[in-house]
Write a protein of this length. Structure first.
Lengths: 470, 109
């Protein structure tokens, strides 16, 4: 069940009706949200619900066991078992066939004839996200950053809450569980939520979908059929497409949670205006980058043990971050590029710091970071290394061929996506405050008309969000 | 992938607790009932102005004792709002987008 569909709208209408009927009964509301979340998840494959329930049970029991034990070693053992179970599930469902394929390729290189069989396990949607929720909860309980969750209903809702279940944002237990302890006394921010939904729908339905079908998909499918200008526009196009696709999902998830009375953290903040690669990761998929910082980079030692170990830790974190995105070497290469980039940037920091004061230097820095990110996206998007190689080789010639695929409309969408990186926050706030004076029915009419217009502007049918496969 | 600027040893949640909707925008708002009103009105408006999509969504579902009558009702509803000219804005926007998609560099328009 995708967000921008009639089916999801009717589902949410039903949830909103029950929430309104149960206005003061907080426990009943939470129970309804758990049932609704499992129903939402079952729309992909009902069997995945057992996996989600198992992951929830592991996290809940591990938290309780840590809570009742005063022995630090025993607590550590519980954390290790829980994390191993979570990672084991992720390994089986997401990476098993990748490891088999890699082992078989290695065997082939070594002239070994025996090949391991493939398991062809179906990848459960959103498994990477709820696994990270489970790991962060258990680790935070052990570290004392969050209280043990004694209510299984709260744990079930934390793990399954449908707005973030299949593609994030990754919401930490310490952030979300306190919201389940007692009902919020804040009013529901109707106008900001509505604006987030509308901007998210526009980014996904119009910008991301047209860039995918009109430029990126055909060029990446056969890069040798296009000249260098098309390849360049398709690389820019993919940068905008993946931003609009993923940030749209986050925006809508944040808004849906807000409409149900919950707060979510920000996940994107105009990433392509970053002047440093490090700043890019402060602005892109913020909940994942901070998760990796707190549960991987820092436990590895972070930047506390000298320069070389810092580079090593950066590289390990980024390689594993790349692998998190998918079971393929191209994602690992993408992670390696970013890890290497971050290490080089850190090495050059004293020089960069001296030469980045002027406006021109900052513009150049932004352009360099953006193009480096686009370069790395080529590996991320290409079907495999061979396609990526052909794509990059295409930049060596054909600059005079003109464009076949990048028409004025898709180029305008790229420009629009880039312009969106520089929209001041104040504009969103002023619009939200202005809309905030409208009654709920007026907001509903505005939403209905705007969604109908976005729907008419977009192509027929809705492509799945890119991050569903992660 | 990793945010490395500052490394507090504790308080890991400082960086992830920035609400996506800032507190100053949360001072005014509504209740769950107003959320229901907003969603209901929005759905009704969509049912009028995006009736063809409602019909095509139902058509994509398998038939059955519940779905079949709904599919018929959605098709009749689509016809009715079409006769009233309420789907014209949808058609005009879609046709305009198609023209934009077909534009090529150097076109006089």
């Amino acid at each position: 069940m995708l967000f921008p569909t009639s089916g999801f709208l009717l589902f949410f209408l039903g949830v909103a009706a029950v929430m309104a009927a149960l206005e003061t009964r907080f426990t009943a509301k939470k129970a309804v949200l758990v049932v609704a979340s499992y129903y939402f998840y079952a729309q992909w494959d009902w069997r995945f619900c057992f996996l989600l329930a198992f992951s929830t049970a592991v996290s809940y029991l591990a938290g309780r066991l840590i809570g009742i034990s005063a022995n630090r070693d025993r607590q550590r053992l519980v954390v290790a078992i829980a994390v191993a179970l979570h990672l084991g599930l992720l390994g089986i469902f997401k990476y098993l066939d990748f490891f088999v394929l890699s082992a078989n390729r290695l065997a082939h290189l070594l002239d070994l004839t025996h090949e391991l069989p493939f398991f062809e396990v179906l990848l459960p949607v959103g498994i990477s996200f709820f696994t990270f929720h489970g790991i962060s909860y258990v680790t935070d309980v052990y570290r004392g950053d969050v209280a043990v969750c004694r209510n299984p209903l709260d744990m079930a809702l934390y793990m399954s809450f449908f707005p973030q279940l299949v593609a994030g944002p990754i919401v930490r237990a310490a952030y979300f569980l306190p919201q389940l302890a007692q009902p919020s006394t804040e009013p529901i921010p109707l106008a900001p939520a509505l604006l987030l939904i509308l901007s998210g729908l526009f980014k996904k339905v119009v910008i991301a979908n047209y860039l995918a079908s009109g430029l990126v998909d055909p060029v990446f499918a056969a890069p040798t059929s296009y000249g260098a200008p098309d390849l360049l526009f398709a690389a820019y196009g993919y940068a905008i497409q993946i931003f609009c696709d993923f940030s749209a999902y986050s925006d809508i998830a944040i808004a849906l949670a807000a409409l149900l009375g919950f707060r979510f953290p920000a996940n994107f903040n105009q990433p392509y205006r970053a002047e440093r690669l490090r700043e890019f990761w402060h602005r892109w998929h913020i909940t994942l980058s901070t998760w990796l910082r707190d549960y991987l980079y820092k436990p590895l030692g972070g930047n506390r043990h000298g320069r070389l170990k810092t580079y090593r830790n950066l590289m390990i974190t980024m390689l594993l971050g790349g692998l998190w995105h998918g079971a393929a070497w191209k994602f690992i290469a993408w992670g390696a590029l970013h890890g290497g980039g971050l290490a080089v940037e850190r090495l050059l920091e004293p020089w960069l710091g001296r030469h980045s004061q002027s406006r021109a230097a900052r513009v150049i820095a932004t352009l360099v970071v953006f193009h480096f990110v686009c370069f790395a996206w080529i590996f991320f998007r290409a079907e495999d290394f061979e396609i990526a190689r052909l794509y990059l080789a295409g930049f060596g010639s054909g600059w005079g061929d003109g464009v076949q695929q990048a028409g004025p409309f898709v180029v305008a969408l790229i420009a629009l996506g880039m312009a969106g990186q520089y929209v001041p926050d104040a504009l969103f706030e002023r619009t939200a405050l202005a809309l905030g004076h409208m009654p709920a029915w007026g907001l509903g009419m505005t939403a209905g008309i705007a969604v109908a217009a976005i729907n008419a502007l977009g192509p027929e049918g809705v492509a799945p969000f890119i991050y569903f496969r992660f | 992938m990793v945010v490395t600027e500052s490394e507090p040893t504790r308080g890991v949640n400082a960086a992830v607790s920035a609400d996506a909707i800032p507190p100053r925008l949360r001072r005014h708002g509504g209740s769950p009932r107003q959320v229901l009103v907003l969603t209901l009105v929005g759905t009704l408006v969509l049912a009028v102005f995006a009736a063809p999509d409602l019909a095509s969504w139902l058509d994509r579902m398998d038939g059955g004792p519940i779905i079949k009558p709904l599919q018929r009702a959605a098709a009749e509803w689509d016809d009715a709002v079409g006769r009233l000219g309420l789907t014209r804005p949808h058609e005009i926007l879609r046709a305009a987008t198609r023209r934009l998609l077909d534009l090529e560099w150097g076109d006089p328009s």
